[in-house]
Write a protein that binds this ligand. Structure first.
Ligand code: PNS
Length: 178
């Protein structure tokens, strides 16, 4: 395939080694991959959109075939605006299938010219998700080897900032006077 491009959308809150694995596999097939970071995930994200975009840009800084963009609105509209008609999604286990199937068929119903490509990550990452990473890091567990080093450092910084703010709230430093 020459000059083939694809879009890889997600919340990436934060990006994990499972996502990185899918992107690297995708680069064996596609000449250009646009990583599309959802601006407003349903839940309040741990990392702001800018932080998520920046982390992914830093991780793939040496790969000019990887672009990182924030998006909102319909994915199919954004894919078209980026000049691509292929959406990549990772499938880790059967449990992912129902949600992915529904989303792929909804996207096809909205935009029949856009195809979804499913890719399986390395078996090492089949249990891995951003949710699990956030939970483990939040409870002080190690996420080494599960996320890029940069993400691991950012998670530690977030957690220590959070703990400090909790301590100062407990100490009454943040009590506002009206
Ligand atoms: O990594 P995630 O959070 O499972 O990614 C979900 C994502 C961003 C791919 C999905 O929420 C999405 O495409 N949102 C954009 C809105 C949209 O196009 N919805 C219609 C398809 S169901």
């Amino acid at each position: 395939m020459r000059d083939a491009s694809a879009i890889y959308p997600g919340s990436f809150d934060p990006i994990t080694n499972g996502h990185v694995d899918i992107i690297e596999r995708g680069l064996r097939v596609f000449d250009r991959i646009v990583i599309a970071v959802l601006k407003n995930p349903k839940k309040q994200p741990l990392f702001a959109t800018k932080e998520r975009v920046r982390m992914i840009q830093d991780i793939f800084a040496s790969k000019k075939e990887v672009e990182v963009r924030a998006f909102d609105g319909l994915l199919v509209d954004f894919a078209r605006a980026q000049g691509t008609r292929v959406v990549i999604r990772g499938l880790r286990a059967i449990s992912d299938f129902e949600y992915e199937f529904q989303m792929a068929l909804m996207n096809r119903s909205l935009a029949p010219d856009i195809e979804t490509f499913f890719m399986m990550p390395s078996v090492d990452y089949t249990f891995l998700s951003s949710n699990v990473v956030r939970e483990v890091a939040g409870l002080g567990g190690s996420v080494e080897g599960l996320v890029p080093g940069l993400v691991s450092r950012k998670l530690r910084a977030k957690m220590s900032a959070f703990q400090k703010s909790q301590k100062s709230i407990k100490a009454g430093k943040h009590v506002r006077t009206l």
